[in-house]
Design a protein around this ligand. Structure first.
Ligand SMILES: NC(=O)C1=CN([C@@H]2O[C@H](COP(=O)(O)OP(=O)(O)OC[C@H]3O[C@@H](n4cnc5c(N)ncnc54)[C@H](OP(=O)(O)O)[C@@H]3O)[C@@H](O)[C@H]2O)[C@@H](O)CC1
Ligand SMILES: [K+]
Length: 520
């Protein structure tokens, strides 16, 4: 890299950025483009890209947020016929700022632009955006034009995904070299829009990432597959301790996730009413009625447990949970099981996969849930380190952390999953993968991946399932792996319920197993 002439990387970045802008505009000639340029190299990228668009006939106005502007970029823009609006000290807005403090010319240029290039700050940004950067970010968000962020939406912390103040909400983000962590982790991830990862030739020089994502091929490689000589015991028997007379659905859903997740056998143990319902919906499950005070010694041989959804948190539930954990077998601990653990840390064992949402992690760590949502990466890492186990933090971007390994971010999530009971299915599915021999880290990551894919399949319905899943498998994952462009398929979708997920899992698995389709 040191041998590349100065500016080569920026030229590659600007060329790719201009190409994405041109594709987005459709017709460049005569289009109106506003370039928001900060004082660093991120502004330089944006100005050079603006110059390229101006040379193709776009009417480009650059708004300079800082007195220190990238000189060569500014010269190129001017030479290509671009207009420049420089903000003066009075435009800084005295800290409170906002659009009102910006000159009319800048406001007009942004409001009337077909496309706005956000080159305010990139990986060199730190802390909440100051004025006038923050005001320009808000202006861009309120404008009707398409917003293309350069490297990172300004205001999003590239290394954590935290958004400490005003931030650009982009329709597209063109990022260079590698996908930054902050583009994958919420709340930053929800500012990114469609993601384009551009290889500018610095791959070999990048450090080991602290966050990674599994591709479809990675997941397919890891999934346990029955061999010719497999019997139900070798494929893995998963024991499910979930549900209660009050919460019967949790039992049915967790068992469903385990059955459809490929377990050789599912044993369910619980009170008589959920046992009846489990048998009605999943006749292949082997059930044991637990009377109050029973432990799991009579349940039979299992290789992994799913413990917690809907089981309650009273003393009996506590004793039952302890009897499961005392087996020492790999266990997915979810929902009420996590509440019990938050109250009694002596339940902690090695070989656990905890699957909290932000509220449950908040109780485990003694940190407000809002802090967890704002700094998800930090808190999932901290939970894994403090508890010494694998932690899967559910949410709009699910994260899986294990001490000493990179955090894995799940790329298949969808907002349709934010509905009651979906977590029970995830717990059952992860349990099936644990029983099949995956370790807690891979079981958590693969379960989250398949769960998200099944949700896309279910939301798209039979007509659009394949298209929806392929869109997730090809474009999005390529982008995460650093190879291209991400976009979501325009498949019509509808709300899903948790019970749709077990039924969608077989189709999700089939699509995952058809590499030809994924590589098209
Ligand atoms: N690395 C590479 O190989 C390549 C990198 N490339 C590009 O370079 C970018 C990194 O450039 P960079 O290092 O110059 O930093 P950058 O993101 O422009 O930010 C610095 C500016 O932001 C300002 N600023 C900071 N925080 C702020 C705040 N809170 N609120 C307001 N202002 C704030 C800060 O102001 P200052 O603190 O100096 O007053 C300074 O002016 C990278 O993202 C990519 O686009 C490509 O060309 C390809 C090759
Ligand atoms: K930016």
């Amino acid at each position: 890299m040191a041998r590349l002439p100065e500016g080569t990387l920026m030229q590659r970045a600007a060329a790719a950025l201009a190409a994405v802008c041109a594709r987005t505009l459709g017709r460049v000639y005569g289009s109106r483009v506003a370039v928001l340029a900060g004082g660093g190299d991120n502004g330089g990228d944006a100005l050079f890209a603006g110059a390229r668009l101006a040379r193709r006939g776009a009417r480009v106005t650059a708004i300079l947020a800082s007195f220190r502007t990238h000189r060569a970029g500014l010269a190129a823009l001017r030479a290509a016929g671009g207009r420049v609006v420089a903000l003066t000290p009075a435009d800084s807005g005295g800290g409170s700022g906002g659009a009102a403090a910006l000159p009319e010319e800048a406001v007009r240029a942004v409001a009337s632009a077909d496309l706005i290039v956000d080159g305010l700050v990139g990986i060199g940004g730190s802390g909440a955006l100051r004025e006038p950067y923050a005001g320009l970010a808000r202006l861009a968000n309120d404008a009707p034009g398409i917003v293309v962020a350069v490297d990172v939406p300004s205001g999003v912390d590239a290394s954590t995904g935290c958004v400490p103040g005003a931030a650009v909400r982009a329709d597209r983000t063109v990022t260079f070299g590698a996908c930054k962590i902050g583009l994958l982790v919420d709340p930053g991830a929800s500012h990114v829009g469609a993601l384009h990862v551009i290889d500018i030739g610095i791959g070999p020089y990048l450090p080991e990432p602290g966050v990674t994502a599994l591709t479809a091929a990675d997941v397919a490689d890891r999934l346990p597959r029955p061999a010719a000589e497999s019997d139900k015991y070798r494929r893995g028997v998963v024991g499910v301790v979930a549900g209660s007379d009050r919460f019967t659905g949790a039992a049915v859903l967790a068992v469903g996730g385990a059955v459809r997740g490929g377990a050789g056998m599912v044993r369910y143990a619980g009170p008589a009413e959920p046992v009846r319902l489990v048998r009605a919906r999943w006749p292949e499950a082997v059930t044991t009625i637990l009377e109050p005070g029973d432990d799991v010694s009579g349940v039979g041989r299992v290789q992994a447990w799913v413990l917690g959804p809907g089981m309650g948190t009273d003393d009996r539930a506590h004793a039952l949970a302890r009897s499961v954990l005392d087996t020492g077998l790999p266990t997915v601990l979810d929902a009420d099981g996590l509440t019990l653990l938050a109250r009694d840390r002596s339940l902690l064992r090695p070989n656990l996969l905890l699957t909290p949402h932000a509220g449950e992690l908040s109780r485990l760590l003694g940190v407000p849930a809002a802090d967890i949502e704002a700094r998800r990466l930090e808190h999932v890492r901290r939970a894994a380190a403090e508890l010494g186990v694998t932690v899967l933090l559910k949410g709009s971007t699910t994260l899986v952390a294990e001490p000493g390994r990179p955090v894995r971010v799940n790329p298949t999530g969808t907002p349709w999953l934010a509905t009651a009971g979906t977590g029970d299915v995830l717990a059952g599915l992860a349990g099936a993968l644990l029983a099949g021999g995956l370790d807690t880290y891979d079981a958590g990551c693969c379960a989250a991946f398949l769960h998200g894919l099944a949700a896309h399949v279910a939301a798209a319905g039979p007509g659009g399932a394949t298209e929806a899943a392929e869109a997730v498998l090809t474009t999005m994952l390529d982008a995460v792996a650093g190879a291209g462009t991400a976009g979501r398929a325009d498949v019509p979708t509808a709300p899903i319920s948790a019970q749709d997920l077990p039924d969608a899992l077989p189709e999700a698995l089939r699509l995952l197993e058809s590499p030809a389709k994924m590589e098209e």
